[in-house]
Design a protein around this ligand. Sequence first.
Ligand SMILES: NC(=O)c1ccc[n+]([C@@H]2O[C@H](COP(=O)([O-])OP(=O)(O)OC[C@H]3O[C@@H](n4cnc5c(N)ncnc54)[C@H](OP(=O)(O)O)[C@@H]3O)[C@@H](O)[C@H]2O)c1
Length: 333
Amino acid sequence: MKALQFKGYGKLRGNIFLGDVPKPQIREGQVLVQVHAASVNPVDYKIVNGNLKLLLRLKLPAVFGYDFAGVVTEAGNGVDHVKMGDTVYGSLPSISPGTFAEFAAVDADVVALKPKNLNFIEAACIPLVGLTTVQVFNKSNLKRGDKVLIHAGSGGIGTLAIQYAKAKGAFVYTTTSTQNTEWVKDLGADRVIDYKNEDYKKIAKDLDVVYDTLGGQYTLDAFDQVKPGGHVTSIAGGIDGETVKALGLPKIIQWILFFKGRKIRKRAEQKGAHYNYVLMDPNREQVEQLTALIQQGAIKPVLDKVYDLDDGVEALVHQQSGRAKGKIVIKMR
Ligand SMILES: NC(=O)c1ccc[n+]([C@@H]2O[C@H](COP(=O)([O-])OP(=O)(O)OC[C@H]3O[C@@H](n4cnc5c(N)ncnc54)[C@H](OP(=O)(O)O)[C@@H]3O)[C@@H](O)[C@H]2O)c1
């Protein structure tokens, strides 16, 4: 089968190539999915850049990609909630990427039936950003009426997170650049802040939740915007102590990561706010919660561009530009 792979760490062009690999064999509890579409996420280019070498040890050349939408063509023993011919979608665990390919062997635990009102390309936009968002807002104890700031409202995460937070009854502030403000408003955000011309710090204040998608100084500044007792939950800032332990990394790396998080811990303590880092963990029930919201019309995928598998490297280059307007998808069929 054809699969997008990378052969070395560094630049995308020159390391990523399309080649033939054996079709994966399924084990007990797995299904074989004929992948029709797979969306791209920043983690995919970060893996090729070598930024995640400490966390993820892959044998090169390696097939990569996490999100998938496709059709079950084989079901292993012990699989009961999906069968051959079902149309499905989901996201793989971080330790075992491999959906930028014509077929993927997937633990049935992370496979959910595709929403009836989405085609494969649209469905592929949802799982990783959707799961991350459900997990961020669960960690943040999101309640109806909460004031929430979602940074980067026009990105893959932001476009999904705005719609999810509105569906849960939150008041949503979001940031984006001038050219994106109008269409981001149409996603339901209550106050779209044009970060090129406005200072979000003066507008989004006394917040219950900051969903930090940018990291660095944005993570530290979030503690000025959040109320005492509020939540700063990051997917791009420093890893918290709980996540460091859960990753089971060597002690020295745990210690380095813990040391790096010291400024964030200090700011959280000074403010009396909660800080958590979320590392998305695939979960079928949460994908099914997203399916229900999609079928009710509360969440719609936002598609930037579709690339053929032959042009897969260009999809990754586009994602790495940092200017995606919603999701970028690779089409296999
Ligand atoms: N921990 C996890 O499990 C997890 C899961 C998913 C994602 N992530 C991380 O979360 C981050 C966001 O992911 P994503 O998929 O949303 O990325 P993305 O789609 O590449 O984000 C692109 C968007 O970011 C916006 N942006 C860039 N700089 C901005 C700024 N200073 N202020 C406001 N908006 C800005 C851009 O809008 P403009 O063009 O208008 O600036 C663009 O629309 C990435 O670092 C990713 O690796 C982590």
